[in-house]
Design a protein around this ligand. Structure first.
Ligand code: NAG
Ligand code: NAG
Ligand code: NAG
Ligand code: NAG
Ligand code: NAG
Ligand code: NAG
Ligand code: NAG
Ligand code: NAG
Ligand code: NAG
Ligand code: NAG
Ligand code: NAG
Length: 693
């Protein structure tokens, strides 16, 4: 933006420009584009009021359903996305090929950024609108996000999303306009359960030994300023009698992704496994005589959240107090409803991948609640390796020393094939949502580990387009770097070195599909440098990819291993878990600390206006403090008039101004204006104080 006129004119121009941008967005005045334009209107009655949201526009090869495969590695689709604001019936959204890489106001595409790159040919095209709702959170931050609606937050086509018919088009390669029409919405799946709030926030139908419980969380509802729910699927062991309150059971908390519906998603949420668990009959063979069904309860949480299909089960500045909601509201509620033992020695956390991280984090932050974790191929335990990104000591998340950082691999007979790079995945995600709202993995991590930005959305650790890492944003991740956290609280009041010893079991395959073995290895190296070999139990299996149970054990053998841990650590067992290692003094991840450190107030506190210091004829201007990634331009104002052109400045830079001429009795006034811009942020100009020199 070139500014070369008087201040009020500039203000007017800036205001006008802002109005134009906003109205071009809201009214969707079509810019004249040389290439491909897609105009999308809305049928009357589909949107009751105007809404913010994200349009996903999918081009599939002719005749294919664009939703058949939207995966980054295998999809034949071309993806485009664009935010809409105050979108409503009689409005037309226009996606144009000439808006380039302007994530903020324009179209972003994958694998090609621009609509103009769609090669001539026949396609089946369809658009979806992901509808956002605005939330004014209790810390004062305001965000527009999609709230849970019983579908596990898919990146596209969630329940209630608007949808256009699939449309066959032939792309000519020249100037062309395609018109699509939202005339329907994605149907809500039949919900046979009991609704307890709105939008399918209730419970599924129970069976003999698979029960469902959902509660309104006071902590989450307070933070989000609306009703928020957390739930659980409870798998009861064979022979469980509700009225027999003298027989009490340990609980395995099985962490995972969205555990909605029957899902047939692993044993803890699958009705068929529930039947197996009840009868002891596995694939037609009655195992009960030889291998009795373990007598514990298995509980999976349902904590679908804004930003992802689950909250990561901890307190975070972007998701809110999910750790408290699950551990301090839901767990006690379940302990009161079911015949649990309800003591740390009778609570194991287990899970893989996302659930792997959740299981170990739950024990590390809450050793007062949970006895042990069996954690497999967890999301990064040490951010020196976030998957394969060297987060603390490389400048870019997508390239390291000129080589693309891999994200997904297959390893066959020792030969590694990279299926996707971090850049590919992040760009693909960006088509489904800006400001970390794609509900996909890399965005979810930004929301879990990152602070709130000044704009209320996750303060991303790197630029989603370029990969440039922002060390100041990364710094906020450290309390969630479990390796850093454990060793940082090794022998202080939390005493984690002694308290967590022998309570952590981790497995990962050395050919982990997402390179998660690297974070485990770094974690091991770090904790063993403090606690010595054997402080925690690590298993690596050569050549093994992501997947399977802990140590790749057959399911029944694995459940028996958990059963043995319970027996060994119960009072009177071989190695009882002492009260001295389950003290509340070792607790961490407190909500109040988390939100104070990384919430909206912290975002406001880290800002500063430009400031001038006068040294006789030299004025030194600091550009102020801005969120990481905000690009800055500066301009001097002398005696109330803007001087010359604005110029780019860097954060932390000092801008000098040499006052020419005599220092007389007549002093001139100086002021520095700095304008910051960042994707997802409203442009902002801040002024220094006025000094005389
Ligand atoms: C619009 O209102 C109708 C009637 O109240 C309701 O059934 C429908 O779900 C609403 N649609 C949206 C998108 O809110
Ligand atoms: C779209 O094209 C596919 C094949 O290219 C064809 O099978 C299908 O019937 C077409 N749909 C319509 C609505 O014309
Ligand atoms: C579009 O992306 C594909 C895959 O990355 C690439 O091969 C192709 O050259 C790109 N096309 C244009 C016009 O940029
Ligand atoms: C949407 O439009 C398509 C194509 O015109 C039509 O086949 C379909 O029935 C419409 N859907 C609704 C719900 O009106
Ligand atoms: C819900 O009930 C209907 C009708 O009884 C049944 O057809 C359907 O399978 C049920 N859905 C689920 C998810 O249980
Ligand atoms: C619990 O109820 C069952 C039948 O519903 C009964 O057979 C059993 O004796 C009861 N057990 C206790 C401990 O009351
Ligand atoms: C039952 O058999 C199927 C097919 O062989 C197998 O995939 C599955 O793991 C078996 N189930 C159990 C619980 O062993
Ligand atoms: C399996 O075997 C046990 C022990 O022999 C027996 O009590 C039980 O009834 C059998 N279960 C089935 C479903 O046959
Ligand atoms: C991997 O090695 C095994 C044993 O040598 C061989 O049978 C198999 O074909 C190899 N697989 C591939 C994909 O090369
Ligand atoms: C807890 O008590 C046990 C048994 O007395 C002891 O071995 C262990 O070191 C104690 N741990 C802590 C953290 O005090
Ligand atoms: C680690 O844990 C596994 C599973 O519980 C066990 O088989 C193994 O012996 C343990 N290793 C050590 C060194 O304790």
């Amino acid at each position: 933006m070139v500014l070369s006129m008087g201040p009020s004119a500039i203000a007017a121009k800036v205001a006008l420009l802002a109005t134009l941008l906003i109205s071009a967005e809201a009214l969707s005045i079509a810019p004249r584009a040389p290439g491909l334009n897609v105009r999308i209107s809305v049928a009357d009655g589909l949107l009751n009021s105007s809404t913010d949201g994200r349009i996903s526009l999918l081009f599939a090869p002719a005749g294919l359903d664009p939703l058949d495969d939207t995966d980054v590695t295998s999809s034949p689709d071309l993806f485009f996305g664009k935010n809409v604001y105050n979108y409503h019936s009689r409005d037309t959204a226009v996606l144009t090929g000439d808006s380039g890489q302007n994530v903020r106001i324009g179209v972003y595409g994958y694998p090609n950024v621009s609509l103009n790159d769609v090669a001539p040919g026949d396609y089946t095209v369809q658009a979806y609108l992901n509808i956002y709702e605005k939330a004014v959170r209790s810390d004062g931050s305001v965000v527009s996000v999609r709230f849970p609606c019983g579908d596990g937050q898919p990146n596209v086509a969630g329940f209630g999303s608007l949808i256009t018919p699939m449309t066959n088009v032939t792309i000519s390669g020249g100037h062309q306009t395609i018109s699509l029409h939202f005339n329907d919405s994605v149907p809500y799946e039949v919900f046979n359960g009991t609704e307890i709030g709105a939008c399918r926030q209730g419970n599924y139908v129970d069976s003999k030994n698979l029960k469902h419980v959902k509660i309104r969380s006071a902590a989450l509802s307070k933070f989000w300023n609306r009703d928020m729910y957390v739930g659980a699927n409870i798998l009861l062991p064979a022979g469980y009698q509700a009225n027999d309150t003298n027989t009490r059971y340990p609980v395995v908390y099985s962490q995972n992704h969205w555990a909605g519906g029957d899902g047939a998603f692993r044993y803890s949420t699958s009705a068929s496994f529930a039947a197996t668990w009840d009868s002891g009959v596995i694939n037609g063979t009655n195992t009960t005589a030889a291998r009795p069904t373990p007598k514990f309860i298995v509980i999976s949480f349902r904590h679908e959240a804004p930003y992802y299909d689950d909250s990561y089960a901890v307190n975070t500045a972007n998701f809110g107090p999910y750790g408290d909601a699950l551990n301090d509201e839901l767990v006690p509620h379940l302990d009161a409803m079911f015949n649990t033992i309800g003591k740390p020695y009778a609570r194991i956390q287990e899970g893989g991948s996302t659930g792997g991280w959740e299981s170990i984090a739950s024990v590390i932050y809450r050793p007062d609640l949970f006895g042990s974790c069996f954690t497999y191929y967890p999301d990064s335990l040490d951010f020196r390796r976030h998957q394969d990104i060297y987060l603390y000591n490389t400048p870019n998340a997508y390239y390291r020393e000129g080589v693309a950082v891999p994200s997904i691999r297959t390893v066959t007979n020792g030969t590694e094939i990279v299926e996707a790079t971090t850049e590919m995945e992040n760009h693909w995600e960006l088509t489904f949502g800006t400001s970390s709202r794609s509900a996909l993995q890399w965005d979810a991590w930004q929301a879990v580990f990152g602070a709130q930005g000044l704009n209320g959305y996750p303060l991303e650790a790197w630029n989603k387009v370029t990969g440039e890492i922002y060390p100041e944003a990364v710094e906020y991740w450290k309390p969630f770097d479990l390796s850093h956290y454990v060793t940082g609280n090794w022998d202080n009041a939390k005493n984690l070195g002694a308290v967590l010893k022998n309570r952590i079991f981790i497995y990962v395959g050395l050919a982990d599909t997402y390179y998660l073995n690297e974070g485990v290895e770094k974690f091991q190296e770090n904790v063993e440098s403090f606690g010595g070999a054997g402080w925690a139990n690590f298993t690596y299996i050569a050549g093994a990819p992501h997947g399977g149970n802990y140590n790749r054990l057959e399911i029944w053998t694995y459940l028996e291993l958990l059963d043995k841990w319970f027996k060994d650590h119960a009072p009177g067992g071989a190695t009882p878990l002492g009260d001295n290692v389950t003290s509340v003094a070792s607790r961490g991840n407190y909500w109040e600390e988390t939100i104070a450190r990384a919430g909206h107030q912290a975002a406001l506190t880290r800002q500063a206006s430009p400031h001038l210091d006068v040294y006789k004829k030299l004025i030194k201007g600091s550009v102020g403090r801005w969120d990481p990634g905000v690009a800055l331009t500066a301009q001097w104002k002398v005696d109330g008039r803007l001087q010359g052109k604005s110029f780019a400045v860097k954060q932390g830079q000092t801008v000098p101004y040499e006052v020419k001429g005599h220092l007389g009795w007549w002093k001139r006034s100086f002021q520095l204006l700095v304008t910051g811009t960042k994707n997802g942020y409203v442009d902002e100009t801040r002024a220094s104080q006025i000094v005389k020199a």
